[in-house]
Design a protein around this ligand. Structure first.
Ligand code: NAD
Ligand code: UGA
Length: 469
């Protein structure tokens, strides 16, 4: 079959794979290729066991793979053959040198830009899909400038707003698609090419076009605002625990103000995921770079509050369990950074589990999709940690359960059965506020939610002696 256009995506990760699958599904007359330097990733995309778990993804891959969607390792050939290139490589925080722990590590992105330059035999549109600091497109243009002969590159910014666990729905019904371009004849022409792709399924009024710098910055700012809401409600959860206010009631009352809105006000053990922390730190680094230390400090406080929330959770476990966890069995329900994903990048569960182990607790981790990644995250730890997918088996014989991921399955467990199988007194620390606390308390658990009064069966004097809340 002769295809109308050939599209390439460099980087077959959480964004590149699902995003290109959606484009292939909505544009059957376009040939979409996805390449990656990691051959295992490509093999997995070509197998029955996809490298990322995302509800609905397998269906869309089945529909398109081998027809107009192809996964390959041959990056050079793919660059030569395609004229529209999305770059969706990862952009982690630097772990070395100047700006370590704050600045973005752009080595993967720059290597890709140079590879595009070396292998191009015709003009191309290069689209930044990765989340990048504002002004990155200017650097990309400079790298691509020495192109041979009449070859020209037009750089666009088209950040991705999908959230993991809901990626397919987010891609199919996005709140908006953002496209930044240069305001030149060639820039506007390239922008139209991209508008043509998205307008196959996205309503025109949801496709916003801006200058490149606004587009790059809007992505960082969107993530910073979302994370800020989580840190704001988590800060209030700490105050609720001191004052007998209930954070869910406060969030509901506050969120019903249409100017504030109800989303992203779920208190918990803090945000995880590969992007919020890194994007805020990159935003703060940019502010410092441009001589705005007060603005940088403002955004950094969102990350600090997130760390505080995780420390607070651990301290609550420790003080509620009589200030010692040594030799006690603690079952962790959920290791993924949120429900409906196997992704554990920056999951609060990593920090919390490590802290439990440092207190010499014996930890059993349960998760329906993330155990493989949990094993990798804790690969340096050989003792005192076990993995068990079945939550009933995982909790049996334990002193406490800590719910760390908001998986639906944990909401509807038979907690009576679980309670019977545990060592008494049994503790339940609900780090996501997802179970029926009153019911679990009635069953016999000592229940410790986030931002709500604890429900303990201990007499006040015992509670005071134990230094619990
Ligand atoms: P990822 O780590 O899952 O995938 C990136 C892929 O790029 C990897 O498979 C890696 O092997 C590949 N890669 C790196 N250098 C390469 C090169 N030179 N040539 C070919 N392949 C190369 O990352 P991700 O989660 O997909 O994120 C990608 C970008 O999208 C990041 O900038 C991230 O901030 C942004 N983003 C992520 C999400 C998300 O939900 N994960 C959502 C929106 C935006
Ligand atoms: C987030 C954004 O929502 C996406 O728009 C963005 O594209 C993406 O980052 C990115 O750039 O990578 P994601 O990290 O996949 O998506 O998931 P979210 O739903 O935003 O959740 C992030 C974290 O915040 C999770 O740990 C979640 O449990 C936590 N969270 C979220 C809360 O603790 N409370 C809330 O009310 C909402």
């Amino acid at each position: 079959m002769k295809f109308k256009k050939n599209i390439l995506c460099i980087g077959a990760g959480y964004v590149g794979g699902p995003t290109m699958a959606m484009i292939a599904s909505k544009c059957p007359d376009y040939r979409v290729t996805v390449v990656d330097i990691n051959p295992e990733r490509i093999n997995a995309w070509n197998s029955h066991e996809l490298p990322v778990y995302e509800p609905g993804l397998d269906k869309i891959i089945k529909k398109t793979r081998g027809k107009n969607l192809f996964f390959s390792n041959n990056i050079e050939k793919a660059i030569t053959e395609n004229d529209i290139i999305f770059v969706s490589v990862h952009t982690p925080t630097k772990t070395f040198g100047e700006g370590a722990g704050k600045a973005p590590d752009l080595q993967y992105w720059e290597k890709t830009a140079r590879q595009i330059l070396e292998n191009s035999k015709s003009s191309k549109i290069v689209i930044e899909k990765s989340t990048l600091p504002v002004k990155t497109a200017a650097a990309m243009e400079k790298i691509l400038a020495p192109a041979k002969g009449k070859i020209k590159f037009e750089v666009l910014s088209n950040p991705e707003f999908l959230a993991e666990g809901t990626a397919i729905n987010d891609l199919e019904n996005p709140d908006r698609v953002l496209i930044g371009s240069r305001d030149t004849k060639n820039g506007l022409k390239a922008r139209q090419e991209l508008v043509n792709i998205y307008s196959r399924w996205v309503p025109k009024e949801k496709i916003i076009t801006t200058n490149i710098w606004s587009s790059e910055l809007s992505k960082l700012v969107s993530n910073a605002f979302l994370a800020q809401r989580v840190s704001s409600i988590n800060s209030i959860s700490a105050l609720c625990e001191k004052t007998e206010a209930d954070v869910s009631e406060v969030a509901k009352a506050v969120g019903m103000d249409s100017r504030i809105g109800s989303k992203f006000l779920q208190a918990g053990i803090g945000f995880g995921g590969s992007c919020f922390k890194k994007d805020i730190l990159h935003l703060a680094y940019l502010c410092e770079y441009y001589g705005l230390p007060e603005v940088a400090a403002y955004w950094e406080s969102v990350v600090k509050m997130n760390e505080y929330q995780q420390q607070r959770f651990i301290m609550n476990i420790l003080s509620s369990m009589f200030n010692t966890l040594a030799g006690k069995k603690i079952c962790v329900f959920g290791f993924a950074f949120k429900a409906n994903t196997g992704d554990t990048r920056e999951s609060p569960a990593i920090y919390i589990t490590r802290k439990l182990l440092a207190e010499q607790a014996l930890v059993t981790i349960s998760d329906p999709k993330a155990l493989k990644n949990a094993l990798l995250d804790l690969s340096d730890i050989e003792e005192n940690v076990k993995y068990e997918e079945d939550p009933y088996k995982a909790a049996a014989g334990c002193h406490a359960i800590a719910i760390l991921t908001d998986w639906n399955i944990y909401k509807n467990l038979d907690f009576r059965k679980i309670y019977k199988s545990m060592i008494k007194p049994a503790f339940l620390f609900d780090g996501r506020n997802i179970v029926d606390h009153a019911k679990c308390f009635k069953i016999g658990f000592n229940v410790y939610p986030i931002g709500k009064p604890a429900m303990s069966h201990f007499k006040t004097s015992e509670k005071d002696n134990s230094n619990s809340r």
